[in-house]
Ligand binder design. Structure first.
Ligand SMILES: C[S@@+](CC[C@H](N)C(=O)[O-])C[C@H]1O[C@@H](n2cnc3c(N)ncnc32)[C@H](O)[C@@H]1O
Length: 279
């Protein structure tokens, strides 16, 4: 006799709590629902009928992966970001809600602006911008070919037009740019080991770390953007990096510099603007 869906959720949630997962009930609901081809609302409507052996085995398989601390997004294969479903796997950073702040800035860019998303990973930022502002001319770059494969597959599935290039920061972006947007790696080498297993064991370290203070990539990117006189730049940064990044932009020649907080009240995005627009 197999369990009913909600009974398996209860059992799975206990298993995930024991494994140290932060949101065991939510995760168990998502995974059991996913294994049954439905969502959490659908799951609640399901009868108390037993699952059957094949369904129960499939759901238990997903719960076992989560108990090893594999992220839910990688198990189900996607994460919602703004209005789009972004496919993810272990080759890319799963897009975070706070990164939507960068997209909020990007949707305010002037008509037909030429924009580069540097370190595109899954393509989340570039894809959300293309979805909400089809007039923008978007180039997305990453140094990692595996990440670019994920981003290209997302663009094809979503039917969004983006030019993808592979290279170090701005090296492979030949066109003139009106704006640069980037969520670069910004974790310090020493911070990495203290992060949750979901991050350390399952996300690419290339997407995470940037030297002893976490600012190596930001510094190189600002230098390159200043040399190319890109008028508008928006960078996501880590907690505690806003003031030094703002100073970096001001020193590199951006006249108007602004810091924006995320929903948790952490200074998360630094913007530089030389266009004469109001930021
Ligand atoms: C923090 S992840 C951001 C991914 C995605 N843009 C997002 O916001 O979810 C940083 C990305 O930068 C890429 N990256 C790291 N170093 C790079 C470099 N020197 N040049 C270009 N891309 C780089 C990584 O491969 C990774 O995909």
């Amino acid at each position: 006799m197999t369990l009913a869906p909600l009974a398996l959720v209860r059992e799975g949630a206990a298993q995930l709590a024991e494994a140290g997962c932060e949101t065991p009930q939510l995760d168990a609901e998502i995974l059991v629902a996913h294994s049954l081809g439905t969502d959490r609302t659908g799951l609640r409507r399901m009868s108390e009928e037993p699952l059957g052996e094949a369904n129960e085995a499939a759901a238990r398989g997903l719960l076992a992966r989560r108990a090893q601390r594999e992220p839910v997004a990688q198990i189900v294969g996607y994460r919602w970001f703004r209005n789009i479903q972004v496919g993810v796997d272990s080759r890319v950073l799963t897009p975070r809600p706070e990164t939507e702040l960068l997209v909020e800035w990007g949707v305010g860019l002037p008509a037909d602006a030429r924009v580069a998303d540097i370190g595109t990973g899954s393509g989340a930022i570039a894809l959300a911008l293309a979805d909400e502002r089809p007039d923008l001319q978007i180039t997305a770059s990453d140094v990692d070919s595996g990440a670019l494969d994920v981003a290209r597959a997302n663009a094809t599935r979503l039917g969004l037009e983006i030019t993808f290039v592979q290279g170090d920061l701005l090296d492979a972006v030949d066109s003139e740019l009106d704006a640069l947007i980037s969520n670069p790696p910004y974790i310090s080498d020493s911070e990495l080991t203290g992060l949750d297993p979901e991050v350390v064991d399952y996300e690419p370290h290339l997407a995470l770390t940037a030297g002893p203070d976490g600012l190596e990539t930001v510094e190189r990117l600002v230098e390159q953007a200043a040399l190319r006189k890109i008028p508008r730049i928006a960078l996501e940064i880590g907690a505690g990096q806003a003031d030094s990044t703002a100073a970096l932009l001001a020193e590199a020649g951006w006249a108007h510099v602004e810091i924006r907080d995320d929903l948790a009240g952490i200074a998360r995005v630094v913007i530089g603007d030389n266009s004469g627009d109001r930021i």
